[in-house]
Design a protein around this ligand. Sequence first.
Ligand SMILES: NC(=O)c1ccc[n+]([C@@H]2O[C@H](COP(=O)([O-])OP(=O)(O)OC[C@H]3O[C@@H](n4cnc5c(N)ncnc54)[C@H](O)[C@@H]3O)[C@@H](O)[C@H]2O)c1
Length: 449
Amino acid sequence: MNVTVVGAGYVGLVTGACLSEVGNHVCCIDSNEDKILKLQLGEIPIYEPGLDQLVRSELNLERLHFTTDIAHGVSFGDVIMIAVGTPQDIDGSADLSYVREVASTIGEYISSFKVVANKSTVPVGTGDLVTREIRNGIAKRGIECDFAVVSNPEFLKEGNAIEDFQKPDRIVVGVEDSIAASIMRELYTPFNRSHDRMIFMDVRSAELTKYASNAMLATKISFMNEIANLAEQINADIEQVRIGMGADPRIGYQFIYPGCGYGGSCFPKDIGAMIETGASVGYPLKILKAVRQVNDKQKNILVDKVIVEYGANLAGKHFAIWGLAFKPNTDDIREAPSLTIIQGLLDCGATISAFDPGANNIARQLYKSEERVNIVDDAYDAILGADGLLVVTEWKVFRSPDFVLIKNRMRSAIIFDGRNIYDPEVIKAHGLSWHGIGRARAVFSAPAH
Ligand SMILES: NC(=O)c1ccc[n+]([C@@H]2O[C@H](COP(=O)([O-])OP(=O)(O)OC[C@H]3O[C@@H](n4cnc5c(N)ncnc54)[C@H](O)[C@@H]3O)[C@@H](O)[C@H]2O)c1
């Protein structure tokens, strides 16, 4: 099958490469010329494990090609997938301008039957909007042309995106046209072999399924963070509580890790968009408002702990940050807790050295005019002379560090463990001080600083 993917970001690029790998011919389009030039040369603008090899191999096989030419893309694909960004608008709702622009361009060029599948995360009703935009474009040209708009939300996780795409838990397709349904089934057949993972429903329900899934996951995180903060107040240990809770199969162990908050390009904006959807129909979403409120506070929790240790005036203090990406195995720092933490420390007068195994380049760009933030190339350079080490992202490389080196290099050997990745007893044995999340019993202070 010929497939066009519009938007060559985290979702579009992975989708294009994975659909190409199974034998389709794929055209990936992006409006960003630099990005397309790089991709044509096999240079991958994002960090996603395995993606560079896959894209290069598909380019070499000439099954995958990149262009900014949307007219070519519209005529090329039997299926046109929309995978452009849907960032948060000023009022919190989803900004649909990119989706609208793509839909109207499809309307300008479409001349034979196409399935237009929306992979972007979009509010309920966007399928209707895309249909209207395409229809308007067709009407303006005074021609007749049939098409079907399908909702095909994406559930991949950055950092594990290729495997998630190749072995999805479910493939949700919102479709109200039987020909489009069978084309979508054919497209996904290679990813649907061991058992049927395809779930067909109406378009609006598919759009809501994506938001509701992200909202549920964010709720689990904020719930657990709230219980962790309570545990700290009443001298319980959230790690023991977590293990006890997760043993109940109705709860399970996934997504109940306490930490310094969720971030990324999806949860914050999707929760915001859902709250706005509720407000727009006069049905305020109370749980999701609380989820967001708890998370906003949680992103500051490590700074709060630093202030408890040192006071609110951090002038002359220097801190190391390990982990800038919103989660391991990605270079994505959009809405990452690290950004809130860095700002919080700067506001109190501190200086910062930070290291991330994947996001250093992007962070360097972001902080290029901020002299008080130094992005370094080695984790152990970051801690040199530091008054505290804040572990913000649980990359594997941070899990078993050289505690002797940490103690020797830091001015005050205090670890603020924002993901509870260290065993407090091991840290204590090395003579370091440690603060975790929701682990009052395990907190111990350094001898002196
Ligand atoms: N990143 C994730 O983990 C993830 C997971 C599931 C769903 N989603 C959803 O998928 C969508 C895309 O997310 P992403 O993270 O891939 O975004 P992204 O910002 O990485 O990529 C979007 C791309 O679209 C391009 N673009 C914008 N307007 C365009 C246009 N008119 N024509 C061609 N290209 C255009 C941009 O240049 C950019 O390269 C969003 O709605 C997001 O919520 C993301």
